[in-house]
Design a protein around this ligand. Structure first.
Ligand code: PMP
Length: 422
């Protein structure tokens, strides 16, 4: 299948991070916490649809909602009841969300959030932080991993990135030093660095950014595409008690189908309203598949389960077991690695140096060792995210025995490599 794929898709994949050495496996079925490939191999899945599938694959409530909606028509491209109900659920739970607009991906929602912030403030400059991944929108696809000055892709013109200021994460003084004379449209960040290693923003850092924005009129935008509805129903802003002006959501709120959303302050969101604002005061948003009914049915069913079942209690407990179990195993074996994360999220850094407070910690890791762990896990039927930065998430479908198996498999790797990873 890979040979066929290579003939019709560059690198034989539809997204570079899905390329696995020596070749990617092709998923035939995904059920609960498991993936089954074309050869019948079974994997325990900590990839979880790029961290979207918080309930696990094929959850019966979500499946039922998708089936019902499919029978009634999956997307008319017109207004429907589910978008109102879904937006009501978001505004109920997410502290900053007074209104919502939908997009089809996190990338797309980031684009609309930046456009909205620029429209509202009548300013151009955007502040983003080292190591924060916000999707593939040109002004934000910059400084993703060290060395931060290497372009992340071809085709990113100077013009598209000249209004982006890149800043150090978790370093309030460093941030203030660089932006004190700037008139920013917005300050964008992930309140928890996710793909860059599950490292939380410090509370003082978040509060400092909030104060800066209040003093200067810049909008604070939280990218909660991964952590929205992951760290509880209110996401990172409820967890840390810092309210942004705008929030970008994705992944979980679509129940595993394509989605992005911009939500936030009423006076800001109103600039999407073409009946109120015109010309340069109006921010255009829209798209054929925005607010598509099938996604919103799956998303609403997912939120319903999150509201009524002890999901967070369960997955957070397994998350804690994963982090504590691995950390104590690494310490006991004298293996130079440590685990970060919170809630149901974890990342394994192959270094014992620290503290790890930003994406610069990437350079401390032993990447050969990271790839070794990734491949060993895969060979033993466990999939986590990326060989470059080991991380994963836990779903409501994972069993306690999955976590024990994950830890014991990594322990076997550690023993095999002589305890010190050499
Ligand atoms: N922001 C964050 C924090 C993400 O992790 C991602 C995707 N991994 C995005 C934005 C972009 O979302 P999408 O892939 O749906 O475009």
């Amino acid at each position: 299948m890979f040979e066929r794929a290579k003939r019709v898709e560059p690198a034989g994949v539809s997204y570079r991070i899905r390329y696995l050495e020596p070749y990617p496996f092709f998923v035939k079925e995904s059920k609960g916490a498991q993936l089954i490939d074309l050869d019948g191999n079974v994997f325990t899945d900590y990839w979880c649809t790029h961290m979207a599938m918080i309930l696990g694959h094929g959850h019966p409530t979500v499946l039922e909602a998708i089936k019902t909606q499919a029978e009634n028509g999956w997307h008319s491209g017109l207004s429907h009841e589910l978008e109102v109900k879904h937006a009501e659920a978001i505004t109920k739970h997410v502290p900053s969300a007074e209104m919502v607009r939908y997009a089809s991906s996190g990338t797309e929602a980031m684009l609309f959030a930046v456009r909205l912030a620029r429209t509202f403030t009548k300013r151009s400059k955007v502040a983003k932080f080292e190591g924060n991944w916000h999707g593939a929108y040109d002004p934000l696809q910059i400084a993703l991993k060290p060395p931060f000055d290497v372009p992340a892709s071809g085709g990113l013109t100077e013009g598209s990135q000249q209004d982006t200021i890149v800043l150090p994460y978790n370093d309030l003084n460093g941030f203030l030093d660089q932006v004190k004379h700037e008139k920013l449209a917005c300050v964008i960040l992930e309140p928890v660095l996710t793909a860059a290693g599950m490292i939380s923003a410090e509370e003082e850092f978040l509060k400092g950014l909030r104060d800066f924005c209040d003093e200067t009129g810049a909008l604070l935008i939280f990218d909660e595409v991964v952590i929205g509805f992951r760290l509880g129903l209110g996401g990172a802003q409820a967890y840390f008690g810092v309210k942004p002006d705008l929030t970008v959501l994705g992944k979980i709120i679509g129940g595993g189908l394509p989605i992005g959303a911009v939500c936030g302050r009423l006076d800001v969101m109103s600039h999407f309203d073409h009946t109120k604002y015109f010309g340069l005061d109006y921010a255009h948003h829209g798209g054929t598949f925005s607010g598509n009914a099938l996604t919103l049915a799956a998303g609403l069913a997912t939120i319903d389960v999150l509201e009524h079942s002890p999901v967070y209690e369960y997955i957070d407990r397994l998350g804690k077991q994963t982090r504590e179990g691995l950390n104590s195993m690494f310490r006991g074996a004298g293996f130079p690695a440590q685990v970060t994360g919170l809630g149901s999220l974890f990342a394994i850094h192959t270094t014992d140096k620290g503290p790890l407070k930003d994406a610069r910690s990437y350079v401390l890791c032993d990447h050969k060792q990271s790839r070794g762990i990734f491949t060993f896990l895969l060979d033993n039927g466990i999939l986590i995210l990326t060989p470059e930065m080991l991380h994963g998430c836990i779903s409501y479908s994972h069993a306690e025995s999955d976590i024990t198996h994950l830890i014991s498999t990594i322990e076997r790797y550690v023993k095999m490599s002589g305890g010190n990873g050499r």
